[in-house]
Ligand binder design. Sequence first.
Ligand SMILES: Cc1cc2nc3c(=O)[nH]c(=O)nc-3n(C[C@H](O)[C@H](O)[C@H](O)COP(=O)(O)OP(=O)(O)OC[C@H]3O[C@@H](n4cnc5c(N)ncnc54)[C@H](O)[C@@H]3O)c2cc1C
Length: 319
Amino acid sequence: MKKFDIAIIGAGPVGLFCANFAHLHGLTSITFDSLKEVGGQPQFLYPNKKISDIPVFDQITGFDLISRLKKSATGKTTFSLNHRVTSIEQEEDKFLIDGDFEVKSVIIATGTGSFKPKKLPLKMDEAIEKRVHYFVQDLAKYAGQTVAVFGGGDSALDWALELAEESNTQVKLIHRRNEFRGLESSIQQLKSLKNVEILTPYLPKTITLRNNQLEVGLKQMGETDIIKRHFDQIIVAYGFRADNSIARKWGINLTNGQIDVTREMATNIPGIYAIGDSATYPGRVPVIGLGFGEAQIAITAIMRSLFPEKTLTIHSTSI
Ligand SMILES: Cc1cc2nc3c(=O)[nH]c(=O)nc-3n(C[C@H](O)[C@H](O)[C@H](O)COP(=O)(O)OP(=O)(O)OC[C@H]3O[C@@H](n4cnc5c(N)ncnc54)[C@H](O)[C@@H]3O)c2cc1C
């Protein structure tokens, strides 16, 4: 049996920072991820995006952020990658993870659980599906093509902006409402670009492959006519469905696929905490910086619970 103070389930940005912060407090940890590489959403969904809301960095790409977090956590936690945690059993004051690892406390940092994108609601055969993408890693492969981006949130705006930087790419941003949910500065930037066309309020209704291009029927909201537009590729940014339903199996309470937590990031099971995008409470926003703070709250709560006799110094400089 391998023993650690805590288990961190999920090695996205929040889990990685959590592992580092746990080490600062002298806690031993094991960090699991179901994928064979750490990094979560920034690593797999937007490695090239220049993130502007991480404190200290003016801008940092998803890839660079994860490289730095990974470097900080290396040697301070034991990683168990390619390992999807499926079982947490409580034994007196201990938890048994997948029958093999014994820990005193558990921190769930599973983000949206599994990355399940909301699909384009159209019937498609294999040849069409090959041109419809939900994950964007290598933007260069879209250079010189006409690419439709479907969606109205930050991801859609980010991908449209990044694609517009590729040489000779024509970007069509298509949303079912006239208003976008993303940053106003991104919308203004997109409107100023010559190779970007914004089509609103349109819903995709049909899709076929014609003359080696996707022919998409777009219906204007409130109208009956359908216009036909042609694209080489489509990127769908309708968001991701939160699916942490596995936590329900562990006896943890969820609301809309996310784990209910207290202000100390505690779940309904004493000793199990949830942080980052896996957690929910009124007013929570899914951003990395907030998740870092939640990791600090959870670790502090765990320290108070495991070592009540210790006078806890919160500042890392005095640990
Ligand atoms: C396109 C896009 C752009 C974004 N831009 C920004 C931005 O500019 N700024 C910002 O702050 N935020 C941004 N976000 C949001 C940000 O990425 C998330 O808030 C952040 O990734 C949450 O981190 P996390 O560690 O909680 O979860 P995640 O990054 O989702 O990582 C969770 C990890 O848990 C693993 N996991 C899941 N289930 C299990 C299991 N059972 N066992 C083991 N491992 C498991 C997953 O494999 C994954 O690696 C963006 C998101 C998207 C999609």
